[in-house]
Design a protein around this ligand. Structure first.
Ligand code: ZN
Length: 458
């Protein structure tokens, strides 16, 4: 008999609505063993919570080190153009300066903040592989291992996605400022992937994905080889069509737009997680939706970098799938990402109904199911017996939701809440953050402060 721990929530969100009240029994591995409106028959201590439990949000795209420069690239010289490409220079500066201890401290702080906002798993799109001179560490996956260690400290689940990065642009050798990212060829990348797979063994809640950075960063024939010779059971991530310049560069190089090339040359399907996919023509949008692939939208970062607006309203009509990521981490609130996804469509169409029917239910259901796929998890139910208990709990007593019908509850939570409405986050059946307080918050912040003092970039 497992030791069981019971929670009673005022309500718990399933795909088709609320379970009220909700009793959840969790074993010592964090697996749900009991889920019902009825209290359990066995006499057990139950933690009663005045809260609404939602499934933990999935953060499908992160570059952890970039958190160290969040807010530092917002001063613009008068009379000059500032765009993605100048931001990228600032980002390289940041990437060149962090050592493994600092990278781990930054990631732990970031991941703790993600948990505070209700994310319970992150896909770390990891390309900061080598030492400052660009030489592999004696332990090849040193930096990836640090990401796993940071996730363990922060209590978040992690899918480590080691990235194959080879070039500066289509047909152009890498820039020395990218030296920490580079694998010279597919075989070298596979060695890194193998070492990274070992690194994930250090934490029960770490898993692996694989990736090429983008079509501009890896030779096109090697993009094909990497996918075809790569693991058959892992999610495959890459950036596609983030910037207009990337589209024109790709056209000039191979007479194909990036998404067009991808759809013609790889068996794009639901294993693919295509980050941004901002600049698509009609045909690409239709084919993409038909392929079953998932777009990873990063609205705060895309807005911050001036990327452009994904054609969401049309894509949803075509039944396309998508998840969210916080990418550069300029914003960490999943509710803001949802609202930006919706509002940027409202602003460009002058209409309010981006999604037909209940927008909040659609947003949450799609983000959870497709976001989990980005982690390699195929679970379809928000909560079910046999699944790990990962949840974000919203305060049920705050003034608006306390006076709202069940029918309007989720929309009120998603469209009106700020992070102060989050009561806490439970991962594998344990409170990791409660009342805004992270269980390892002091240690995490102390190490982060040390890293920032050493780096002197802020
Ligand atoms: Zn990215």
């Amino acid at each position: 008999m497992h030791y069981m721990n019971y929670f009673r929530f005022k309500s718990l969100l399933q795909k088709d609505g609320w379970l009220s009240p909700a009793y959840v029994g969790v074993d010592d591995d964090g697996i749900i063993r009991y889920l019902s409106q009825e209290s359990p028959a066995e006499v057990a201590a139950t933690e009663s919570i005045l809260g609404f439990a939602l499934p933990g949000f999935q953060n499908a795209h992160s570059h952890a080190f970039q958190y160290a420069m969040a807010g530092l690239a917002e001063t613009h010289t008068i009379g000059t153009t500032d765009d993605f490409w100048t931001w990228r220079e600032a980002m390289y500066q940041c990437a060149l300066s962090v050592n493994p201890d600092q990278a781990e401290a930054i990631a732990a702080m970031l991941y703790a903040e993600m948990v505070r906002h209700g994310y319970t798993q992150v896909a770390e799109f990891h390309y900061l592989h080598h030492d400052k001179e660009g030489k592999p560490y004696s332990h090849r996956a040193e930096m990836g291992e640090r990401m796993v260690a940071a996730a363990k400290t922060a209590g978040i689940k992690i899918t480590l996605v080691p990235v194959f990065y080879q070039r500066a642009n289509f047909g152009i050798d890498f820039n020395p400022r990218q030296r920490r990212f580079i694998s010279k060829a597919t075989e070298e990348y596979f060695k890194l992937l193998e070492a990274s797979a070992k690194a994930t063994k250090a934490y029960d809640h770490a898993s692996l994905g694989f990736s090429v950075h983008s079509l501009r960063a890896v030779d096109l024939t090697e993009v094909i080889t990497t996918f075809n010779q790569g693991p058959k059971d892992l999610p495959f991530h890459l950036h596609v069509s983030e910037q207009k310049k990337e589209v024109t560069d790709c056209l000039a190089y191979c007479n194909r737009r990036p998404m067009q090339w991808l759809l013609e040359n790889l068996p794009v399907n639901e294993r693919f997680h295509l980050v941004h996919s901002t600049h698509l023509d009609d045909h690409e949008l239709q084919q993409l939706a038909k392929s079953g692939a998932n777009v990873v939208l990063c609205p705060s970062t895309e807005g911050n970098l001036g990327d452009g607006i994904f054609r969401m309203k049309e894509y949803v009509k075509l039944k396309g799938h998508w998840s969210i990521g916080t990418d550069s981490h300029i914003g960490l609130n999943p509710l803001e990402e949802f609202r930006m996804i919706d509002y940027r469509q409202r602003l460009v169409t002058n209409q309010r109904n981006t999604f037909e029917g209940d927008a909040a239910t659609y947003l949450v259901n799609e983000e959870i199911i497709s976001g989990r796929k980005a982690m390699g998890i195929q679970q379809q139910e928000h909560f079910a017996v046999g699944q790990s208990f990962d949840a974000v709990i919203f305060n049920s007593e705050s003034h608006l939701v306390a006076n709202t019908s069940e029918q309007n509850r989720l929309a009120t939570l998603i469209y009106t809440s700020d992070s102060s409405r989050v009561m806490g986050t439970i991962i594998s059946g344990k409170w990791i953050v409660k009342n805004q307080h992270h269980r390892a918050g002091h240690e995490i912040k102390t190490k982060f402060n040390t890293a920032m003092r050493e780096l002197k970039t802020r």
